[in-house]
Design a protein around this ligand. Structure first.
Ligand code: SF4
Ligand code: SF4
Length: 243
């Protein structure tokens, strides 16, 4: 897709991109684009919705705010930051994308991401799948016991929850305890064999944070604070985000 396909009729002065520049150190370098296309070449969202990071940046620079609001492409960006890595000018396109998401009213954002964020706000697990702290504890203990019985060489392996003063505080994507509990075990084995002193928290154990992808700053902060507060209350030294 080339710039020739961009219609300039809606240009009204780069309102959106100017606001984002004000938010970012050095304006996120958003006005330094050389149109080289290196960002698009490695972007997993290139081609979706006939869009790519370079084109998205050009549309923002042309002030095509209405088109940006209507586009679903910002919701397909994974926030992987490959574009920044590839860009010779280190232009912060993911921040531009993130702020584009905030242009939509919260209730009009993609229902899957919205529902997962709302689910995470329901209890202190912060689980997008709605698993409670009690459910998590039951699954962890059950899977651990079963594995130790089947594999006696791992009879001393632990999967602690709320252990005090550990080196590492780990989180965990809720998909494993809810749908694939056996997938919890490989990480436990590595930590056990490496002699690592670690723990999950009963609060904030769920590592996924759909509120971030929803561009809901308050909810993102709420979810993150539950995890951080639990790690601090337990006196853990290092927060290890497995997501
Ligand atoms: S952060 Fe978004 S725009 Fe940048 S490479 Fe990743 S998916 Fe593409
Ligand atoms: S890599 Fe950077 S300079 Fe090149 S087109 Fe993309 S944003 Fe512009």
């Amino acid at each position: 897709m080339t710039e020739e396909t961009i219609k300039l009729g809606s240009n009204k002065g780069s309102i959106f991109i100017d606001k984002v520049k004000e938010l970012l150190p050095d304006g996120g370098n958003l006005n330094l684009c050389l149109t080289c296309g290196a960002c698009s070449s490695g972007c997993p969202a290139t081609g979706l919705e006939e869009m790519d990071p370079r084109k998205f940046l050009r549309m923002a620079a042309f002030g095509m705010d209405d088109e940006i609001i209507k586009s679903d492409w910002p919701w397909m960006c994974t926030m992987c930051q490959r574009c920044i890595y590839a860009c010779p000018m280190k232009i912060d396109i993911p921040q531009l994308v993130y702020n584009a998401r905030t242009l939509r009213p919260r209730e009009e954002r993609p229902q899957g991401i919205l529902g997962s964020c709302d689910m995470a706000l329901r209890n202190d697990s912060t689980s997008a799948m709605g698993a409670s702290p009690e459910d998590f504890q039951f699954v962890v203990e059950d899977v651990l016991e079963e594995y130790k019985e089947a594999q006696p060489e791992f009879k001393d392996m632990e999967a602690p929850i709320d252990k005090q003063e550990t080196e590492f505080f780990l989180n965990q994507n809720s998909r494993e305890p809810v749908t694939e509990p056996d997938e919890l075990i490989p990480l436990w084995k590595i930590l056990h064999l490496a002699g690592v002193n670690w723990t999950y928290g009963s609060k904030g154990w769920a590592g996924e944070n759909y509120c971030m992808f929803l561009a809901d700053d308050d909810s993102w902060e709420h979810v993150t604070r539950i995890t951080v507060n639990q790690a601090n209350e337990l006196g853990c030294k290092t927060f290890l985000n497995t997501e």
